[in-house]
Design a protein. Structure first.
Length: 79
């Protein structure tokens, strides 16, 4: 299963590329599908591509949901 994760755009690194961060984990992504994205925006990332720009409030809601899911399923990894 693949998840689309909200990440913050921290740097435009080239024509159509950027670096995003979530919780201290950063990676390079394509911005080809979100050319209007600017540093500081939150972007939904899927398979290395930015696919949607979110406002800060919506991004935080989704980040919180991912955190709650991770906490709720943490015990499954121990088994």
């Amino acid at each position: 299963m693949c998840l689309a994760v909200p990440m913050k755009l921290i740097e435009i690194t080239g024509e159509g590329t950027g670096r995003v961060d979530s919780g201290g984990v950063s990676t390079d992504v394509s911005l080809a599908m979100v050319p209007h994205a600017r540093v500081g925006d939150y972007i939904i990332i899927h398979a290395g591509f930015g696919i949607e720009v979110l406002d800060r409030e919506e991004a935080q809601i989704r980040i919180d949901l991912f955190r709650e899911l991770a906490e709720a399923t943490a015990h499954l990894e121990e088994a």
